[in-house]
Ligand binder design. Structure first.
Ligand SMILES: C[S@@+](CC[C@H](N)C(=O)[O-])C[C@H]1O[C@@H](n2cnc3c(N)ncnc32)[C@H](O)[C@@H]1O
Length: 843
């Protein structure tokens, strides 16, 4: 046997000094040099294919002598690309076509990345500049232009000098302007003008000019959000002072709330510049439903494209975060074949209802542009000094029933003795009206007249009662109740009215914490017979809706998807992708009123839901009961506080089962709250961790801010359920469906899901593709050989969510990554830029 070209690799042979290169005579290296044969000794023969380096290098004899290798099929080297196997570190023989392809892909992606970073930086800089016109105010887009193709090295002074030096029309004074701004490194600058005359002259002057070999382009300033567009069209209501105030709350600062509410601060706070509309937004319809001017098919196409852009970030960032020395996972290598996507985007499911689909609308109380007390949508952003409110009449996503209630309330306010909330002074009484609708069960065919199926309505009036006398309040509430009941009864057809709730909230923003006091106001008989007990607390307010033929009871502050029929499609898709069966244990993380788990309960062995909103959890229990579902357990806690313990509890039992551990021992074992990776005390501190910077809206403001002891005992109580413990032994398939708020999953939850290797499949439902991508980067990036410890998170505030995720991925404990398998969008929000997404991750 030819010892120098032995068909059987020896142990020595598989440990070359450079493990990337197999021990082979004359093997070509990456640099093209030929490596000398190494002395090897023949080892006892074992099955050569078991050797990790078997067929991981191309056979040079085979290549050079056109297929003639004396070892034939016993050769340990690959005879051609087809036989070639990846190396243990997942790289390919550097002389192979596959390796060359990977290198090419990496180079292209690096370039893409660079471009992406530049674009991102430019976008941020543009926004920074555009948001500040130099007077601390906001840019008037009507009197501003951006100049494109400026030298990157210029800063504002260069731009000002350039403008002053120009002048054919205005030869002596150069181009007149109000302010000119440019950031070094960007090719775009902003110029604003005092009046249209200045603007017109400047355009004439700049037309056709070039700097170096680049033609200057004068473009419209397209603001990042509607706020700038609207600003100039908005008069600050007469009540409010004309000064600018700093942004103080999520609602008005444009920080998104959960996707279940409608108001300027969330769904409406879109990047409207991407909707193809250049018209100035002047009405609530444009603000709330910026895509309403497009045919529905175009809206879907638009959403699909923007989701694709976002998904590509997952590929780019996971590749960038892939530790050196670890080869790129297959899904990244394959992404090139599908345009850089991490997996196929299988399409977008349309909403069964396009108009009036919202079952929940939050109407602000304020003044119209004409100074009239109004109930509807804010036309702009408080930060920009816009507090004007317009009636919701033209907004296609709002039902006519919700519009009617807004107008009944508006009429009432016009004669109320209590003041409307003033956002500048943080004073006043009436703040907001929320209309929640419950519908009858229906079939798809019923959607021809969807409003006929609205059978229940809950009204939630938010007030700030501090400083107002009880008698006055009681009197006003009596009048309010009367207005709603008579208004509802007097409409044609009469409006359903199931519950009227008062929410007392003192905070600056209208976004009330889950524990803001609620009071149910008794409604008089429709014949006006009984008196209104305005301060009664007796009746529990709730409405009902149906998903997949299950009845759901919903309390005032519990989350419920705003488009019930589309939500049904979303949940059934998630269920189909989750690979469910009788031996499945399904974790429903961020379960709300239990919708996902309960609608899928008949397809699995058991559901464990986790939700932090106590009312929603109590609804979930009630919903299980009214639908006769017995295989669900709901835990009331922040997911980050309990997920590690729950996974450990269930998955450890599985493992033990595999190890033939006595089942009764498992049944009786005490549940502990410690987690392999995050002891409970650490977890409880995690809200202080600055690296949790994904703007985890709802997640950040939990009502369960109790100590570790309380959570421990709560968990122990809920975890010692006999039923749960005894039946968990049968589950071979463990799946998680996560449906977090816009901020995405807490890092502790991501870490727990990733490091519990028994969890093989994860379905991620997201109302915010950006945080889905950020979370998926952490879930899908391969582990390094050695984890970086304590690399801090300095500067995390400035990082993009993807950058932060890459940073976190570095310190993720070594674990098998997930792979994106497929994704699909579901349009729950027609006429807006928002969309739900489902992504299947597997490992
Ligand atoms: C998008 S909703 C989904 C609810 C439910 N899956 C559904 O479709 O009806 C997100 C839910 O997560 C809950 N939530 C937010 N942060 C949470 C956290 N840290 N832990 C557990 N639940 C949380 C919210 O209260 C809300 O009910």
């Amino acid at each position: 046997m030819n010892a120098q070209h032995s068909p059987i690799p020896s142990q020595q042979q598989i440990q070359p000094s450079n493990p990337q290169l197999a021990d082979h005579d004359d093997i070509a290296t990456t640099t093209g040099e030929k490596r000398k044969r190494e002395n090897t000794t023949t080892q006892p023969e074992t099955d050569p294919s078991l050797n990790p380096l078997y067929k991981t290098s191309l056979c040079s004899y085979f290549r050079r002598h056109l297929g003639a290798c004396s070892h034939g099929s016993t050769c340990r080297y690959a005879h051609g690309e087809e036989e070639l196997r990846p190396r243990p570190d997942n790289t390919w023989d550097p002389t192979s076509e596959r390796a060359k392809k990977a290198i090419k892909l990496e180079t292209t992606n690096n370039n893409d990345d660079k471009e992406e970073e530049e674009e991102e930086a430019e976008e941020i800089a543009m926004t920074d500049i555009a948001a500040d016109d130099g007077d601390g105010g906001c840019l008037d887009t009507g009197l501003s232009k951006c100049l494109v193709n400026l030298p990157r090295k210029w800063h504002s002074d260069n731009l000002r000098k350039f403008l002053s030096d120009q002048g054919v029309v205005s030869v002596f004074q150069g181009i007149l302007f109000k302010s000119a701004k440019k950031k070094k490194g960007m090719s775009v600058g902003f110029v604003s003008f005092e009046d249209t005359e200045q603007l017109k002259t400047a355009i004439e002057e700049l037309e056709g000019r070039s700097i170096g070999n680049k033609n200057i382009k004068v473009a419209d300033v397209i603001p990042r959000s509607f706020e700038q567009k609207i600003k100039s069209a908005m008069a600050v209501p007469q009540e409010a002072p004309q000064t600018m105030e700093p942004a103080l709350d999520g609602e008005n600062a444009g920080i998104s709330r959960s996707s279940d509410s409608i108001g300027y601060g969330d769904e409406n706070n879109d990047n409207s510049t991407q909707d193809g509309s250049n018209s100035r937004a002047k009405c609530a319809r444009d603000v709330v439903t910026p895509l309403a001017h497009m045919p529905y098919d175009d809206q879907l196409e638009h959403k699909k494209k923007s989701i694709m852009q976002m998904l590509k970030k997952l590929t780019r960032n996971a590749r960038k975060a892939c530790p050196s020395g670890v080869s790129l996972p297959e899904w990244i290598l394959k992404s090139r074949e599908i345009g850089g996507l991490p997996c196929e985007l299988e399409g977008i499911i349309e909403s069964p209802l396009r108009n009036g689909y919202r079952n929940k609308c939050e109407f602000s109380v304020g003044y119209s542009l004409q100074g009239k007390p109004t109930v509807g949508f804010m036309l702009g952003n408080f930060r920009e000094g816009v507090t004007a409110v317009e009636e919701p009449l033209g907004c296609p996503n709002v039902s006519s029933i919700a519009c009617k209630y807004a107008s009944i309330f508006q009429e009432f306010l016009q004669q109320s003795d209590l003041p409307i909330w003033n956002r500048f002074k943080n004073s006043g009484f009436w703040r907001q009206l929320t209309v929640r609708e419950g519908r009858l069960p229906r079939k798809a065919a019923d959607i021809a007249n969807p409003e006929a199926y609205i059978s229940e309505v809950m009204l939630i009036v938010q007030v700030s009662s501090v400083g107002f006398g009880d008698d006055l309040i009681t009197n006003e509430l009596r009048g309010l109740t009367h207005s709603f009941t008579t208004g509802a009864a007097g409409s044609t057809p009469p409006l359903p009215l199931t519950a009227l709730v008062l929410q007392d909230h003192q905070g600056i923003s209208n976004v009330a914490p889950a524990d803001a006091p609620l009071r149910t106001l008794l409604l008089p008989n429709t014949d006006g017979g009984s008196d209104v007990l305005a301060n009664s607390n007796v009746v529990e307010a709730r409405i009902h809706d149906y998903i997949s033929n299950l009845r759901f009871s919903i309390s005032p502050t519990a989350f419920f998807q705003v488009n019930t029929l589309a939500a049904e499609k979303l949940y059934s898709l998630a269920g189909d992708w989750a690979g469910l069966g009788p031996d499945t244990l399904l974790f429903d993380i961020c379960c709300g009123t239990g919708t996902i788990g309960l609608t899928l309960a008949d397809r699995v062995g058991m559901v464990v839901g986790v939700e932090m909103n106590a009312s929603a959890v109590s609804d979930a229990h009630r919903n299980a009961e009214i639908n006769g579902i017995k295989n669900c357990r709901f835990v009331c806690a922040k997911a980050e506080d309990v997920i590690g313990s729950l996974l450990k509890e269930y998955l450890d039992v599985r493992q033990k089962e595999g190890e033939q551990v006595n089942a009764s021992e498992s049944r009786d074992k005490d549940v502990t709250v410690e987690d392999n990776n995050t002891p409970i005390d650490d977890v409880l501190d995690s809200s202080n961790n600055p690296s949790h910077g994904l703007g985890n809206g709802e997640g950040a403001s939990g009502h369960l801010e109790n100590g570790g002891q309380e959570i421990r005992s709560q968990l122990q109580k809920s975890c010692t359920s006999k039923e749960g413990s005894s039946s968990m032994l049968h589950y071979k398939n463990v799946v998680a469906i996560v449906d977090p708020p816009r901020g995405g999953l807490h890092p502790t939850v991501i870490k727990a899901l990733r490091t519990h290797s028994c969890l093989r499949r994860l379905v991620y439902i997201s109302c915010n593709p950006e945080t889905l991508v950020a979370n998926a980067i952490e879930l899908c990036t391969p582990s390094p050989e050695k984890v970086e410890k304590g690399n801090g998170s300095k500067g995390w505030r400035k990082m993009s969510s993807a950058g932060l995720a890459r940073h976190r991925a570095k310190s993720m404990p070594i674990s098998e990554p997930f792979q994106p398998v497929k994704s699909m969008a579901v349009d729950l929000f027609p006429h807006t830029t928002h969309c739900e997404m489902v992504m299947l991750l597997e490992r």
